[in-house]
Design a binder for this molecule. Structure first.
Ligand SMILES: [Mn+2]
Length: 254
């Protein structure tokens, strides 16, 4: 994917909105904030990357999608209708996105990191779950979640039951863990940082952009590369911005 920026244009990156969690009221407030942010960037945006865990839970049945998030989806439709390319990634919470966003909103959805070129800079962009060493528990879980038989079984549970179970599970797994040190910086042991260094040894990228850690980070990768983590939108409202030369992590101020 190649993007060339006109003067004044920027590319925006955000992840880990976790819409739907931990309860409808706080999710609604977050949704409003996200829309306010999207309104504020739309004039400058040459492209928008939403890098996974946009939804705290998502599952597409053949003819049904989960209720909710309608203003957010409306805003995505509005930006697309204005001609702004939007690229979605699945995260570990919403990895069951299929073709609904592509069909309905003309938004491609990627499940793995992709390389992009913006002006003359090379990027590697993805959610980041299950990459690098460590994260072992999740890697096992992902095998179950992506198992076709498991998905088939889940699909045939009535959505009122399936989604209720999934929301309970999802709610207990992450947002609540945020208070419990899960999201503290692990220094050299940051496995996504290690993953970036491994990739950099094979092939140079100027910028590595990931979510998943819920920690806004800016770290060197080799001599010339940099790893940015986008943080989250539950309490910090952080996002990445590339102006054609420089990448930066900013916090949206309301
Ligand atoms: Mn997340």
């Amino acid at each position: 994917m190649n993007i060339s920026l006109k003067p004044g244009q920027k590319v925006f990156f955000a992840s880990d909105f976790h819409l739907g969690a931990p309860d409808p009221q706080s999710s609604k407030k977050r949704e409003e904030k996200i829309i306010r942010w999207l309104n504020s960037i739309e004039k400058e945006a040459a492209a928008l990357f939403l890098v996974g865990d946009v939804f705290d839970f998502w599952f597409e049945y053949d003819k049904v999608i989960p209720k909710g998030f309608i203003r957010f989806m409306g805003k995505i439709a509005d930006l697309r209708d204005k001609g702004i390319p939007i690229i979605f990634f699945t995260g570990n919470h919403d990895l069951w996105m299929k073709d609904y966003f592509t069909q309905e909103l003309d938004v491609p959805v990627y499940g793995n990191p992709i390389q992009i070129k913006i002006n003359d800079k090379k990027f590697l962009v993805g959610h980041g779950d299950g990459l690098g060493p460590g994260d072992k528990k999740y890697k096992v879980l992902k095998k179950v979640f992506t198992n076709e038989a498991c998905q088939w079984f889940f699909k045939w549970l009535h959505p009122d039951i399936g989604i209720r179970i999934a929301q309970k599970w999802s709610g207990s797994s992450r947002i609540t863990n945020m208070q419990k040190n899960e999201d503290q910086f692990k220094g050299e042991d940051e496995w996504l940082w290690q993953y970036c260094k491994q990739v950099e040894n094979q092939m140079h990228h100027d910028f590595y952009i990931f979510g998943h850690r819920h920690l806004p980070l800016e770290l060197p990768v080799g001599e010339r590369g940099k790893y940015y983590n986008l943080g989250e939108w539950v309490s910090q409202y952080t996002y990445g911005e590339f102006d054609g030369e420089e990448m930066s992590i900013k916090s949206y101020k309301f």
